[in-house]
Ligand binder design. Structure first.
Ligand SMILES: Cc1cc2nc3c(=O)[nH]c(=O)nc-3n(C[C@H](O)[C@H](O)[C@H](O)COP(=O)(O)OP(=O)(O)OC[C@H]3O[C@@H](n4cnc5c(N)ncnc54)[C@H](O)[C@@H]3O)c2cc1C
Ligand code: FES
Ligand code: FES
Length: 501
């Protein structure tokens, strides 16, 4: 491999292009903002992506050359990931005449801030929402606003006044971002060569470049959205060595609905990937919107969630129920594995040195298969699952079970299919007696552990109860309607589709 030419990180910030040559590849955007750029409006609360005090907005050009904005957590993003992008913080919101932005004016008018620590983060999430809806000529529902704010915590004000502010900001005279100079800067930055910093951060642009780098630096840390890896630095203080980021590889960002498969590139965001799955299987919508928060889903990837292999990850149970395969690449060779075969043990997977996840292929919806996903966690939004289930059953004309795939997270060292339970259901009528045998068999498949999220007994019981819910929702006679089982359906009664684009 040729010697790599290094260059500084370049991004748009506060009206112009900034060049930074960070001494460490893992200096965070938040550290740079507060300590170097002296933009202290952005706050640090948890330093792990949970509280939203550090929310900033990133701008990128989409496939049509338009500016796309997304909220992200500055505390877990590394500075070099800004390369080629635009960074907006609360300092950017002041209007040309010096007055406050409608987002800020409505927060004031609605008493949306008490101690104020969380406020810049809320304001930036609301600003991203404001910009998106202004561009589309729409106004969000209260529920859609709540989803936009799912990554922001407030300990003192309470959410009612903040949601009021989110609605009232659209009643004030419009103040859209003036985009021309941002777009021009991003177009210019797009001509820069791939980023290699002196401190060892590499961001290839093509799959071939990535594959070469991965083979020549098998010990380097592979980085996608940084929503797991960021915490290795901010919470565990780990030294990551050199970093290879996949998030500038355009080909890996794609989500394509093809004839046979939904193709999800490893760098596709969780938001884009789950959106595509929920279009094919609308019953997945609740778990999509309960996966972390919008800022996490805006940068976190499906590839990272699969590769990370957490036993409580939310994508793997659903992908297993959908019979997904994972495409792995080493050099110019690719191989595919059914997802269950990818996991070898607790946080262990089948990746060989120099190999990476290229994509996930999800077979398109077939015939009469019914799919459900259920997430059990202590908090409704932005919480890690105690148990997560992906369940699929296909019935024949006599209501017998022709095919069944039941995958569970939170019940074992890896996300896993329930072999004995599936065997107890295969070929049987989808009736209460079969449900009872399946519930019994589930206890043979799994002997869960107790931890801070749930006890072993609770985990097993809730999993058995979820099977019952699955049956109640999908049985031929008197299935429970969506309004009886979905919080979204109850809250919006069919009105509000998810808010994000
Ligand atoms: C506040 C918060 C809430 C969260 N909530 C949830 C939740 O509700 N459900 C859930 O499942 N998870 C949740 N997570 C975990 C995390 O968001 C997901 O696991 C996410 O999908 C990780 O993707 P990433 O792109 O950020 O991966 P990264 O953090 O960049 O990488 C994760 C791991 O995958 C490896 N990796 C990444 N891409 C590849 C590739 N292409 N090939 C090989 N290896 C690769 C990395 O080396 C690393 O080991 C949450 C995290 C935070 C901080
Ligand atoms: S400081 Fe809490 S999410 Fe970043
Ligand atoms: S106003 Fe104090 S934390 Fe929100």
């Amino acid at each position: 491999m040729q010697a790599l030419t290094t260059r500084p990180v370049r991004f748009f910030h506060r009206g112009g292009v900034v060049e930074v040559d960070p001494a460490s590849p893992v200096r965070t955007v938040l550290e740079w903002l507060r300590e170097d750029a002296r933009c202290t409006g952005t706050k640090e609360g948890c330093a792990e992506g949970d509280c939203g005090a550090c929310t900033v907005v990133l701008g990128e050009l989409d496939g049509q050359g338009e500016l796309a904005l997304k909220p992200v957590n500055a505390c877990i993003q590394f500075l070099p990931t800004l390369d080629g992008k635009a960074l907006f913080t609360v300092e950017d919101l002041q209007l040309p005449g010096g007055e406050a932005h409608p987002v800020q004016q409505s927060m004031l008018a609605c008493h949306g801030s008490q101690c104020g620590f969380c406020t810049p983060g809320f304001v930036m999430s609301l600003w991203a929402c404001y910009q998106r809806h202004q561009a589309a000529g729409t106004v969000p529902s209260r529920q859609q606003l709540a989803d936009d704010l799912s990554g922001n915590l407030c300990r003192c004000t309470g959410y009612r006044p903040i949601l009021d502010a989110g609605q009232q900001m659209f009643d004030l005279p419009a103040a859209p971002l003036s985009e021309a100079n941002v777009v021009q800067a991003l177009q210019d930055l797009a001509h820069s060569p791939s980023l290699h910093t002196r401190s060892g951060f590499h961001a290839p642009r093509t799959v071939a470049e990535l594959a070469d780098l991965r083979v020549s630096k098998p010990q380097a840390t592979l980085l996608a959205g940084s929503t797991d890896v960021g915490l290795w630095v901010t919470k565990q203080f780990r030294d990551l060595g050199e970093i290879i980021s996949i998030n500038r590889v355009t080909e890996l960002q794609a989500v394509q609905v093809q004839d046979q498969h939904i193709h999800i590139g490893a760098a596709a965001t969780l938001e884009a990937a789950w959106r595509a799955l929920a279009v094919e299987w609308p019953t997945l919508r609740d778990v999509w919107l309960r996966f972390a928060s919008l800022p996490i889903r805006s940068v976190g990837t499906m590839g990272g969630n699969v590769a990370n292999g957490s036993p409580i990850g939310d994508s793997a149970p659903v992908l297993m129920a959908l019979d997904a395969v994972v495409v792995l690449q080493h050099g110019d060779r690719q191989r595919t594995l059914p997802l269950p075969d990818f996991y070898l043990g607790y946080m262990q997977n089948a990746l060989q040195p120099g190999e990476f996840v290229h994509s996930v292929l999800v077979p398109r919806r077939q015939g009469a298969n019914v799919v459900r996903a259920y997430k059990i966690s202590k908090r409704f939004d932005c919480d890690i699952s105690a148990v997560c289930a992906g369940l699929m059953v296909q019935l024949d004309g006599q209501q017998r079970i022709q095919q069944v795939r039941l995958a569970w997270g939170g019940l074992a060292a890896t996300v896993k299919r329930a072999a004995a339970t599936e065997a107890a259901m295969q070929g049987q009528p989808w009736a209460e007696a079969t449900l009872q045998s399946a519930q019994f068999a589930l206890a043979q498949d799994f002997q869960p552990l107790s931890d801070m999220r749930a006890s072993a007994g609770y985990r097993l019981q809730v999993a058995q109860n979820l099977l019952k819910r699955f049956w109640l929702e999908t049985r031929a006679e008197a299935p429970l309607p969506e309004s009886a089982v979905s919080v979204w359906a109850r809250q919006s009664m069919g009105a509000a589709a998810p808010s994000t684009t």
